[in-house]
Design a binder for this molecule. Structure first.
Ligand code: APR
Ligand code: ZN
Length: 201
């Protein structure tokens, strides 16, 4: 009868939701059963209706995420990326964006988390703050062909060198390297990240 098929559909829906909450958010990497760490925006963009426990799933790839994490990611984009965001909000970030070499294609992600080391002195701490600005501007990584492994369509460093070894230098990206802080400062500057970015507006 109709009512038993409705009951069956509701049961299925509860099962789907339960399985969904066992998945992780592809943005914050936390379990969906934990709420998003981002705040519900107060005004525009229908933000009111998105709660920290609101979750979503991409139909095509099946990836899951907190809707507030997705909103935070899109709000982070620069103004020129905004237009793209609005028109393709249903495209999972498991695919390359328009700024990548093969838009719409999937990409891999190797060797994460990557840990990097800076000296704990004034200059090192300043570099850390500038690296955070570069991170927020999405300048630290890109998608491309790794020159280390030759793998195409993978996440790679984006021209701002990081020291991934502290007590050794097997990779050539360790210490000692007396020019490192000056070099990374000029790499940051060449991508528009300078001390001016640290001053309050
Ligand atoms: N640490 C820091 N920077 C690196 C490293 C490394 N181990 N290897 C390469 N780079 C720099 C390169 O000098 C270049 O400027 O990153 C830029 C891009 O190099 P790719 O080899 O294309 O980048 P990626 O594939 O991301 O590097 C792979 O980095 O953190 C490690 O685990 C990672 O060993 C892997 C290597
Ligand atoms: Zn999340």
């Amino acid at each position: 009868s109709t009512s038993s098929s409705v009951r069956r559909a509701k049961r299925q829906h509860r099962r789907d939701l339960y399985l969904m909450y066992l998945q992780d958010c592809i943005i914050c990497m936390d379990q969906l059963s934990n709420p998003s760490g981002y705040e519900t925006p107060s005004t525009e963009e229908g933000g009111q209706s998105i709660q920290p426990d609101t979750v979503g799933k991409f139909i095509k790839c099946g990836h899951t995420l907190h809707m507030l994490c997705m909103l935070a990611m899109y709000n982070n984009g620069t103004k020129c990326i905004k237009l793209y965001n609005l028109t393709s909000v249903t495209l999972c970030p498991c695919h390359q964006g328009p700024e990548h070499p093969n838009p719409g294609q999937p990409y891999t992600c190797r060797g994460f988390p990557r840990f990097c080391f800076l000296p704990d002195n004034d200059k090192g701490r300043k570099v850390l703050e500038l690296l955070k600005v570069a991170w927020m501007r999405r300048l630290i990584f890109t998608v491309g062909t790794s020159s280390t492994t030759g793998e195409p369509d993978t996440v790679v460093w984006n021209g701002i060198h990081h020291k991934t070894e502290m007590m050794s230098n097997l990779s050539g990206h360790g210490y000692p390297d007396p020019n490192y802080l000056d070099n990374v400062l000029s790499e940051l500057a060449s991508q528009g990240v300078t001390e001016d970015c640290l001053k309050p507006p």
